[in-house]
Ligand binder design. Structure first.
Ligand SMILES: NC(=O)c1ccc[n+]([C@@H]2O[C@H](COP(=O)([O-])OP(=O)(O)OC[C@H]3O[C@@H](n4cnc5c(N)ncnc54)[C@H](OP(=O)(O)O)[C@@H]3O)[C@@H](O)[C@H]2O)c1
Length: 239
């Protein structure tokens, strides 16, 4: 299939989630072979269904991406099948908030750090050396506006997303001169079914669509962004 990513292989962690499925669909439409990690079979089936004929270029791995051994198996299997990995997008993450720090146990902080920092650390650790050996590759992590705007009721979430940005910046410095790049996008809010359900009174028209954010991610992974390493791109839209 023709497209910006024809002949390329992309691993989309959380590639069946609210944002992830739009990212997976966009890479498939641009001709990539796409592997997603997922946990719910019905989400993978829905992605495959929506991909139409491009579903032939889609594979899925059931995995907890905070588990180093499980991620090593995914990446090893992917490389055994396709002999290359050009892109990693991490769309795995989680949110906890809405209450002050003193009403939030340290277990919530640990969960946020696990989902929003450890997952990406494990994923980057599994793919980076192969990309460096190949002399090319692009990694994008989905951070959050909360990494910079530290509002009330989000101490654990903000701390985890700020740490995620710092981690990607440091990784980008590690990668300097290797041909591999690491960047982040920072959404404010995204027009996902989950957000519509939890904020039914909001003006959805102002919320960036997952497909719009996916396009920014695709750009960062494309050759057109070869000068960009260590950036965090705000994708707030008008929200
Ligand atoms: N939605 C927003 O408004 C918004 C705003 C700013 C930033 N973000 C960030 O954008 C990213 C994607 O968010 P989203 O709205 O698409 O969330 P989502 O729909 O919950 O998608 C996240 C995906 O990650 C998966 N996941 C979570 N922990 C995992 C683990 N340990 N191993 C494997 N998969 C795991 C989830 O699977 P399960 O469903 O099985 O848990 C889900 O499929 C997150 O990093 C989020 O913080 C979102």
């Amino acid at each position: 299939m023709a497209g910006r990513f024809a002949g390329k292989v992309a691993l989309i962690a959380g590639g069946t989630g609210g944002l992830g499925r739009a990212v997976s669909g966009a890479f498939l439409r641009e001709g990539a072979t796409v592997a997603v990690t997922y946990r719910k079979k019905e989400e993978f089936d829905a992605l495959a269904e929506s991909a139409g004929a491009a579903a032939d270029s889609l594979m899925g791995f059931v995995a907890d991406v905070t588990d180093e051994a499980a991620v090593a198996v995914c990446v090893g299997t992917l490389l055994a099948h396709h002999e290359r990995l050009d892109v990693l997008v991490n769309a795995v993450g989680g949110y906890a908030g809405g209450v002050p720090l003193w009403e939030t146990g340290a277990n919530v902080l640990e969960r946020m750090l696990t989902q929003n920092v450890r997952a990406n650390y494990v994923l980057c650790g599994a793919v980076a050396s192969g990309m460096v050996k190949a002399g090319s590759g692009s990694i994008v992590n989905v951070a959050s506006r909360a990494a910079f705007d530290h509002g009330a009721g989000a101490a654990a979430y903000s701390a985890s997303k700020a740490a995620a940005v710092a981690m990607m910046n440091s990784l980008a410095a590690d990668l300097k001169g290797t041909g591999v790049r690491a960047n982040s996008v920072a959404p404010g809010i995204i027009d996902t079914p989950m957000n519509r359900k939890s904020m039914p009174q909001a003006d959805f028209a102002k919320w960036p669509k997952p497909e719009e954010i996916a396009q920014v991610i695709l750009f960062l992974c494309s050759d057109a962004a070869r000068l960009i390493n260590g950036a965090t791109v705000p994708v707030y839209g008008d929200a």
